[in-house]
Design a protein around this ligand. Structure first.
Ligand code: FAD
Ligand code: SIN
Length: 553
């Protein structure tokens, strides 16, 4: 893509009189809560590359962790988060997130999210792996759906939020790329010649038309990248677009080696990967190996409720040792009525596949679930690029360290969306390019032609995902990581060729981003010379004190 220079660059006198415009990429909990908060002082354009409710948020089952009962405390939630994070959490960020959690959760309730209550009208609190207390608010096992429905209704009721569904951001428009390299010094990004972010090029996924969208501030809320792996709990939209775009824009990216594998996904030949919530283990369910042994006791004092990475790695070892294809989740400790009431989605899905909980054990395996690293942000969600923020799963705040504590990610998104807007209210620097909406260069199609067939894209996508699963999975080695790097670099040549040769569409853009994120994951994994939390490398089997630092690209 090439860009031309706009004729005039002098700041227009009127620029500060018009309301600010904030562009938000994504409509999960991060994008929707950001939109609500930013709309208090700015016009907002909210993009979703699919339907508004599609994204990881919608599939959240367990709930949102927050100190809610008198028997719990901020200190205890903090301690559990730090322990799960295996020595790599940013303690100040943990403190902020946990302390501001109850206020953020209260906002969700005020906006209409209906969490499940007990008969005594208190909120029913669940417990999950790594938590020593019950502190997870949930809406049965449909928490994500309840959050999406309420927040979408709220966002639709706010007049200065414009919604563009089926619209996908392709790349950020960077000041230094089209302004003859001239950058307003106030908006320069340290260490980068690209300057500030002025908005994004956007693809209408239905017409394949592309147009520039100017914004004073752009918020990346585009979620995670589970689709990098062959087996994942994530829906199709989770291709790491925002992370790849931010990397291309010169933003700092960190800790991508910490991909979290959820220990318990339904193992069934006809089931698309379906999560079996960890909250079941909070109610007494126990993991057993194929011989029926409660094996988690051998790996951690918390047994089946150990932090997630411990459980996934233990299952991986048990599968390798026994040659079995899955382990069992024994749910017989939960009575049938309670199971149906509290976990209707899990119950119905199991039943559909001929499994009758709590009498039948549920066959489970780990699958890629959550990206702990992402775009580096500060405590106000600011990336290292001026005018560009990141919130939710695409961001790396430092909360999760080397392993996220269960149900802390919905919390993180809600807390930092609020902080992002509250800081931006006082610090937002308006776009100094006059009438930017008109002067930003159009997308240049160059000599690109229509694509004849999509087969290559589908095949390459599968190739990357299998490669990542087999070579960059739960347990890694230097040899396998290096092989993955070499193969990905071959694929890179082919994808680049297609990207410049053909007119882009959603599939091609996603493939390019998926490939970038895969390469970045491998690069991070190769740089870490130890095993810590979610990252296990047999060639560096132990955690090393002076390696306890972020991997920053
Ligand atoms: P998402 O909800 O994934 O939203 C991403 C949005 O970005 C979508 O609207 C998508 O269309 C849009 N988008 C992506 N790319 C582009 C682009 N290029 N242009 C425009 N828009 C784009 N966490 C918990 O805390 N508790 C739980 O119980 C829990 N359970 C989970 C269960 C499952 C099955 C899964 C998959 C995750 C779960 N998680 C849970 C994790 C949590 O749901 C996610 O981390 C969180 O919802 C991410 O929110 P988000 O807003 O950052 O992204
Ligand atoms: C679950 O319900 O097990 C998922 C919770 C999470 O990912 O935080």
């Amino acid at each position: 893509m090439t860009t031309s220079s706009p004729k005039s660059q002098s700041p227009a006198a009127s620029v500060n009189k018009t309301p600010a415009k904030v562009l938000i990429l994504g409509s999960g909990i991060a994008g929707l809560t950001s939109a609500i908060h930013f709309s208090e002082f700015s016009n907002v354009i909210l993009l979703a590359k699919s339907s508004l409710d599609e994204g990881n948020t919608r599939y959240a089952q367990g709930g949102i962790a927050s100190v809610w009962s008198k028997s719990d405390s901020i200190q205890e939630h903090k301690a559990d988060t730090l322990e799960a994070g295996a020595g790599l959490c940013n303690e100040q960020i943990v403190d902020i997130c946990v302390s501001e959690g109850p206020t953020a959760v209260q906002s969700l309730i005020d906006w209409g999210v209906q969490f499940t209550k007990t008969e005594a009208s208190d909120y029913d609190l669940h417990q999950e792996g790594g938590h020593h207390k019950r502190r997870i608010l949930h809406a049965q096992d449909f928490t994500g759906r309840a959050i999406e429905e309420a927040l979408i209704a709220k966002v639709r009721s706010i007049p200065n939020i414009s919604i563009l569904e089926n619209h996908m951001a392709i790349d950020f428009i960077m000041e230094g790329k089209f302004n003859d390299g001239k950058i307003d010094p106030k908006r320069a990004t340290p260490g980068s010649r690209l300057g500030a972010c002025l908005g994004a090029y956007v693809l209408n996924c239905e017409t394949n038309g592309i147009f520039p969208l100017a914004a004073d501030m752009t918020v990346i809320a585009s979620g995670g990248a589970g689709k990098v792996y062959l087996y994942t709990t994530n829906p199709d939209v989770a291709t790491g677009d925002g992370i790849a775009m931010a990397y291309r824009a010169g933003a700092r990216i960190a800790n991508l080696e910490f991909m979290q594998f959820h220990p318990t996904c339904l193992y069934h030949s006809n089931a698309k990967t379906f999560l079996i919530t960890e909250a079941l283990r909070g109610e007494g369910a126990i993991l057993r190996n194929i011989a029926g042994e409660d094996f988690m006791k051998r790996y951690h004092e918390m047994g089946s409720l150990a932090p997630r990475y411990v459980v996934s790695q233990a299952i991986d070892m048990e599968l390798k040792k026994t040659g079995a294809a899955h382990v069992w989740l024994d749910v017989s400790a939960i009575n049938e009525h309670e199971f149906r009431e509290k976990f209707p989605q899990v119950y119905a899905t199991c039943e559909k596949f001929g499994i009758k909980p709590p009498h039948d054990k549920i066959p489970v395996v780990p699958a890629a679930h959550y990206l702990c690293g992402g775009i580096v942000v500060d405590e106000h969600a600011q990336t290292s690029v001026r005018g560009l923020l990141a919130v939710g799963e695409s961001a790396c705040t430092g909360l999760h360290g080397a392993n996220r504590l269960a149900s802390n990610s919905l919390l993180e998104a809600a807390v930092f969306a609020r902080r992002a807007a509250s800081h931006a209210r006082d610090h937002l620097v308006k776009n100094t390019i006059p009438n930017a909406a008109k002067t930003l260069p159009e997308w240049d199609f160059g000599r690109a032609v229509d694509m004849e067939e999509q087969i290559d894209i589908a095949a390459t996508w599968r190739e990357i995902r299998s490669l990542m699963w087999n070579y960059v999975g739960i347990v890694r080695s230097n040899r396998r990581l290096k092989r993955a790097r070499e193969r990905l670099s071959l694929i890179r040549h082919e994808v680049n060729e297609d990207y410049w040769k053909f007119k882009v569409n959603r599939d091609l853009i996603e493939l390019r981003n998926l490939l970038s994120v895969s390469e970045l994951i491998v690069e991070c994994a190769l740089r870490r010379k130890e095993s810590r939390g979610l990252h296990v490398n047999v060639d560096f089997p132990r955690a090393v004190d002076n390696e306890a630092k972020d991997t920053i690209l």
